[in-house]
Every structure is written in structure tokens, then in C-alpha cells.
Design a binder for this molecule. Structure first.
Ligand code: KG4
Ligand code: ZN
Length: 347
């Protein structure tokens, strides 16, 4: 039976509450803290948790009103439990557990990356595993073989900065503010991606070759820094953005396509904030077409953090008979392959 789940997402700088019935989003309220953190050039954890506390009840009310349903139609309460900022996660988790006790509904803790892995499914009703997921967010960049729900294998990862982190750091050094991804994406449209040849981070192997799927973005960031130090004012910001963005998109596209072909996947699903990037969407779409692969992107509002993807993950686990104990805590780190640690089996 199709499950209806109310979910809370507070792992970083977005307070979000959503109600999802199967794959249908009934409401998805997102209160962004960007303005709170902008003066500091990045997320300040203490400010994030305080802000979640201020926003959570407002978002809950709005999500319930907008969904047009009442409590009797909700099957479970879910909340992101890991990974993320501990203080922020605790706000959402405590609220979810309280609601679960109050309304006598099952509670599910959700792995944040699992939300991103399947966000594309919310927009593509026929999309199901197996598929290869390119997960590109502010904190993670990896290629994951999604064989089934909770059956994941990490095939490639960044050895240093995440793709989103690289966008944010390059934006900071160009004086463009936080978060960097959307502004670099916008400015790149007016720049020439071929103006500067930037290095694509490759991971050397002991045999003299390169790791086929692992990547690195810290060298690229340093290359942009050196260029900025060498170039004279006024800086060609748009060309720098376009060249940087092109290099990141090329590096991700090459690895995702090679990985899908090597591992016999026919579908690539993209998830995480950087999945909103227009150059990445363009390069991946073109390259996938050339190799007869299917590629799926979530709509822009489901790329970045949102509770709809957490609710959907909750609905899938619940329909497989999984719920979490109310003693579940939060965790700043947790491998995606350990996701079943969050659940008890119920019959
Ligand atoms: O998935 P997300 O909302 O949060 C994490 O789980 O980390 O991703 C946020 C990241 C930020 O680093 C932001 O700069 C990046 O996604 N981002 C983008 C774009 N929109 C957001 N990066 C490149 N191009 C974009 N259009
Ligand atoms: Zn995220």
C-alpha cells in the first residue's frame, strides 16, 4: 500500500518539512538560512541549529496546511539522522520523535545521502534501481552503484574537496559570496569556458595509471587561486567561472559515463546540490546520449536539500517493514553502505 510520510530535514542550512504520499509530493516547505550565514561566507553550525529551532514549527504548520490532509492520513514520521551538523540534526530528530510519540506513529531516521540518491525518482515515476548515482553535494561527491533500496556500493569518490565545496571555495576567492554554486553557474553563462585551461584532478595508482572513478578538486581550486594572483585587475571573473565550471563538469561527466559503461548500468541518476548545475546537466545529457545511456536529473528544487526526498525514502523503508527505534541518535558521519543500522525490522 502507498505510504504517506511527514518528514523533517535539518542536516545543514535548510529547515524543511514535507508530506509525501508514495512519490507524490503533497507539500515541501523549505526555509533557507542563506541570509543568516552569508555574512560569514559559510555555514556557522551554532547559528544553524538556533535557526532550525525558530523555523521548525512554522514549517510544520505550513506543510500540514499546504498538504490538505490531516494526521489520520499520515503513516509515519521521518527525519534525517545522519550525516550532517549534529546540533542541526538534533532539532529535526527531536521534533520527529516527539510527533511520533504524540501521534502514535512509527518513526524513521533517514540517511541524508539516501534522500539525494532517490530524489530523481520523485520526478520520474517509472525510475527504479538498479542505476548508477552520481551524488554531488556540498559535502559529498561519489559514484554509487544502487542495486536496490539499501543495497549500495561505493565505486568512486573525491579524495579531497566535494564538488559543491569547490564551487563555494572558488566563489569565495573570486569575492562572489556564499553559496558559490548558483552564482558561478549564472556568471559562467557570460564567460568562455575555453579561456583558461585548468587541471583536472586525477588520482595516481601505484602501477603508474590513474584511478578510473576517484577524483580530486583541491588542485583545481589552487590553480584558480594562482591564476587570480597572476592576472591583473579587473579580473575576467566570468571567463574564470566558465572555465572552472567546465572543468568540474567534464571531470564528473567523464567518470560517471565510464563507470556506467564499465559496470553495465544503463541508467545514471544525479543527486545533490551540484546536480542543479547547468553545465553538468548539459555535458552529462550529451555524453549519455552519445553512449545510449539514460540520464535522470531531479528538478532544481529537489537537487538541493529538501524534506520531500527524506519523506520518500521513509515511505520506501516503511513499505519494506523497517522502522527506527526511538532511542536512535544523530551522527555527523555515516557511510551510505551502513544505512540499515538505522532500522529495526517489524513484522
Ligand atoms: O545538496 P546540498 O543542498 O547540500 C548538501 O547536502 O551539501 O548542496 C549544496 C551545494 C553547495 O555547495 C552549492 O554551492 C551547490 O550545492 N550548488 C551548486 C548549484 N546549486 C547549488 N553548484 C553548482 N551549480 C549550481 N547551480
Ligand atoms: Zn544535501
Amino acid at each position: 500500500m502507498t505510504k504517506t510520510v511527514l518528514a523533517i530535514e535539518t542536516s545543514c542550512d535548510e529547515t524543511s518539512v514535507a508530506i509525501v504520499k508514495g512519490r507524490t509530493i503533497l507539500s515541501n516547505i523549505i526555509s533557507s538560512q542563506i541570509k543568516v550565514h552569508q555574512p560569514y561566507g559559510g555555514v556557522v553550525p551554532e547559528l544553524a541549529s538556533r535557526n532550525h529551532l525558530e523555523q521548525i514549527n512554522i514549517c510544520l504548520d505550513q506543510a500540514l496546511t499546504q498538504s490538505g490532509i490531516n494526521w489520520s492520513e499520515i503513516d509515519a514520521i521521518a527525519s534525517t539522522a545522519a550525516p550532517g551538523l549534529v546540533g542541526s540534526l538534533l532539532v529535526g530528530l527531536s521534533a520527529a520523535k516527539t510527533l511520533s510519540l504524540l501521534k502514535k506513529l512509527p518513526f524513521l531516521g533517514i540517511h541524508h545521502l539516501e534522500g539525494h540518491l532517490f530524489a530523481g525518482c520523485l520526478a520520474h515515476p517509472q525510475l527504479n534501481p538498479p542505476f548508477l548515482c552520481l551524488l554531488v553535494s556540498g559535502g559529498h561527491t561519489c559514484l554509487i552503484a544502487v542495486k536496490d533500496w539499501a543495497d549500495y556500493q561505493l565505486l568512486g569518490t573525491t579524495r579531497d574537496d566535494a564538488a559543491g565545496e569547490a564551487f563555494d571555495k572558488v566563489a569565495r576567492l573570486l569575492g562572489l559570496g556564499y553559496p558559490g554554486g548558483p552564482v558561478i553557474d549564472r556568471l559562467s553563462k557570460k564567460g568562455d569556458p575555453q579561456s583558461f585551461k585548468l587541471p583536472e584532478g586525477k588520482i595516481s595508482l601505484p602501477d603508474g595509471g590513474f584511478h578510473p572513478y576517484d577524483m580530486s578538486f583541491s588542485g583545481l581550486k589552487t590553480a584558480v587561486l594562482k591564476l587570480v594572483q597572476k592576472l591583473e585587475d579587473p579580473l575576467p571573473v566570468e571567463d574564470l567561472c566558465a572555465s572552472f565550471q567546465f572543468t568540474v563538469a567534464h571531470s564528473l561527466t567523464k567518470r560517471a559515463i565510464n563507470c556506467a559503461l564499465d559496470q553495465n548500468f544503463t541508467k545514471i541518476v544525479i543527486g545533490g546540490g551540484v546536480a542543479a548545475n547547468s553545465q553538468l546537466r548539459q555535458q552529462l545529457t550529451q555524453s549519455a546520449q552519445k553512449h545510449s545511456l539514460e540520464v535522470y536529473f531531479p528538478p532544481l528544487d529537489l537537487c538541493t536539500d529538501n524534506a520531500a526526498m527524506i519523506a520518500y525514502a521513509g515511505a520506501e523503508h516503511l513499505s519494506r517493514g523497517r522502522i527506527s527505534p526511538l532511542t536512535l541518535g544523530v551522527s555527523s558521519r555515516m557511510a551510505i553502505t551502513d544505512v540499515l543500522q538505522l532500522y529495526d525490522w517489524v513484522h
